[in-house]
Ligand binder design. Structure first.
Ligand code: ADP
Ligand code: MG
Length: 240
């Protein structure tokens, strides 16, 4: 079953078309990879779906509902959640309080319910010592906290925007296991990633963006052997 469908999705910033006529579908329980060079529109795609920006043109359907012009909090309540490419912890709050924000604002849970839910998520994602300040956490832990915060909104669809960026090889492998674990609970995931090993091993299908447009899409083996993708992107990327 299709959970997310975009039709002709377009977003301009002044004279720049960051996303241009993007029509894709994501099926329930799928892990879809989004790759492409820097500036290709990957984060803009996430931002438009999640409601940070409204599209200039096109349509977004989620679970059969037209949510094109819904605000970010409405899209969150509908079941779309995401992490940010540039980590966004609230430094004045500790680990568990950051996670609780997702449950409180995403689901209107009470303080006690939010704490309970957040504790469960931290255990699930293997992040201990939950009263720690953010300043004492590693990049991997902060990224996991951001995933926990996104999951605390109880999404049906999770966008992960470059969660492996800045992680070393062991941390990347741990994060890959984390993504597998979340998927095994039934989650549908869109993962934006530069590390090709992550795309190859985790995704069911890959969409390649270039200059805001879909350059190619399909199975990893199909897109990774497409000459246009090699020229536009893969030629310059290192393997993990
Ligand atoms: N808020 C914004 N205002 C103006 N230009 C933006 C904004 N967000 C993104 N862009 C531009 O849109 C293009 C796509 O950016 P982005 O979606 O971040 O690419 P990617 O995530 O693939 O690296 C880039 O040229 C970027 O500079
Ligand atoms: Mg980006």
């Amino acid at each position: 079953m299709v959970i997310l469908k975009t039709t002709g999705l377009t977003r301009q910033f002044g004279g720049l078309t960051a996303l241009s006529d993007v029509s894709i579908e994501v099926n329930e329980r799928e892990i879809v990879g989004v790759i492409g060079p820097n500036g290709a529109g990957k984060s803009t795609f996430t931002n438009v779906i999640a409601g940070v920006y409204l599209p200039t043109a096109g349509k977004i359907e989620f679970c059969g509902r037209d949510i094109t012009m819904a605000a970010a909090h409405e899209k969150c309540h509908a079941g779309i959640s995401r992490t940010f490419q540039l980590m966004r912890p609230l430094a004045g709050l500790n680990l568990i309080e950051n996670v609780m924000l997702g449950a409180m604002f995403g689901r209107n849970f009470s303080l006690a319910e939010s704490r309970q839910k957040s504790m469960e998520l931290c255990t699930f994602l293997n992040i201990g010592n939950v009263e720690r300040p953010i300043s004492s956490m590693t990049a991997l832990e902060i990224k996991k906290m951001e995933i926990a915060r996104a999951l605390a909104t109880e999404p049906k669809l999770l966008f992960l925007d470059e969660v492996m960026a800045g992680l070393n090889k062991d941390e990347t492998l741990e994060m890959m296991d984390t993504v597998r674990k979340i998927h095994s609970q039934g989650m549908t995931i869109v993962i934006i990633e530069h590390v090709m090993r992550v795309i190859r091993e985790l995704t069911h299908r890959v969409v390649v963006l270039e200059w805001g447009k879909v350059l190619c899409e399909g199975l990893y083996d199909h897109v990774s052997s497409d000459q246009r993708v090699i020229t536009a992107y893969l030629g310059e990327e290192a393997e993990c």
